[in-house]
Design a protein around this ligand. Structure first.
Ligand code: SPD
Length: 332
């Protein structure tokens, strides 16, 4: 559907930190509205094409979204080997579902996104992202909150995939990066199941969030591996973390060969644009100081006793409730 051509010199200012702004030039405007949960915008960025913003933060742009969705989806599936049932938390744009459906083993994908307006608007305006996945017979969409779904729904999954917005203060996804939530997620995994989450930017000068999310996962799962990808339109490297109670082998020549073999066996009709065995192992080659910070990190994100609301989030450090939570990424 054609958007309104923008004649004015219009820019979308994304505050990466309070001191660093990524100015995205807007060529066309499709949608700008405030939903019940967040500000939603769909625009054409010129260089990166159509893109979705939530609360002023770029979520995906058609020019480089494969660099986000392929690692997020195929890393856990490849580590599992034969995923059948998958739960996507967030992911209302349908990009994750599109990738998951490439697996010939996947029978069912449940998408749980709190914001029905995001789902409906992406279905209408971001065909380039979902490519029909939101209407695939294997996909069921639940417009409800992830906490409630994970706690009350008795389904068990091979893969649970968290495709949420960054855990910003006052943002809707904050509580979904806590020890309590990760424990609830673990209860919904089948034996040998794998959980993956986007895990904030990995730039340590920008935010302490990534090592803390990884540390929080390590309080819940016996195997946790952090990885990152550079998605240029995000402005900083994107962290992810994969977690399971099965061993996770992510490095070495044997892994490269194993990944290439699984892709050839299970993603036959569809094509991966970015990911193969070499890229898979490369994702896990993190900078030395980041690895060291992950290993020494002590802050675990947790809810205040009895809390489930985002504003009850605290970081605990050796029992000290004063440790800071993820900082705001808004203008000062
Ligand atoms: N730092 C941006 C992280 C964006 C995470 N959500 C992306 C949703 C795309 N399906």
């Amino acid at each position: 559907m054609p958007g309104a051509e923008v004649k004015a010199d219009l820019w979308f200012s994304e505050y990466i930190t309070p001191f660093d702004v990524y100015q995205h030039g807007v060529r066309k405007l499709y949608v700008a509205e405030t939903t019940a949960y967040q500000d939603l915008a769909i625009v054409d960025l010129g260089t990166y094409g159509k893109a979705m913003f939530l609360d002023g933060k770029l979520q995906c742009a058609i020019g480089d979204e494969a660099l986000y969705h392929e690692p997020l989806c195929h890393v856990p599936c490849l580590l599992h080997g034969s995923p059948q049932r998958v739960l996507v938390l967030g992911g209302g744009d349908g990009g994750a579902a599109r990738e998951l459906l490439k697996w010939d083993t996947v029978e069912r994908v449940d998408i749980v996104d709190i914001d029905d307006r995001v789902i409906q608007t992406c279905r209408e305006h971001l065909q380039e992202i979902h490519r029909g996945a939101l209407d695939d017979r294997r996909v069921r969409i639940h417009a409800t909150d992830a906490w409630g779904y994970v706690q009350s729904n008795g389904e068990q999954y091979d893969i649970i995939l968290s495709d949420l917005t960054d855990p910003l203060e006052h943002g809707p996804s904050l509580a979904l990066f806590t020890r309590e939530f990760f424990l609830a997620v673990k209860m919904r995994l089948r034996h040998g199941g794998v959980f993956v989450t986007q895990a904030g930017p990995t730039s340590l000068v920008e935010s302490p969030m990534h090592p803390r999310i990884v540390r929080t996962l390590r309080a819940v799962f016996s195997s946790v591996q952090a990885f990152q990808a550079f998605i240029p339109s995000y402005g900083s490297p994107q962290g992810f973390a994969v977690a399971s109670d099965r061993p996770l082998r992510v490095r070495g020549d044997a892994v490269v060969e194993h990944v290439d073999r699984l892709i050839a066996e299970h993603i036959r009709g569809a094509r991966l644009v970015k990911l193969d065995g070499i890229m898979f192992t490369g994702l896990f080659c993190l900078p030395k100081d980041l690895r060291e910070q992950i290993d020494r990190e002590q802050v675990i994100y947790s809810l205040k006793k009895g809390g489930t609301a985002p504003d009850t989030l605290i970081g605990t450090k050796d029992g000290d409730a004063d440790a800071t939570i993820a900082p705001e990424r808004r203008p000062i």
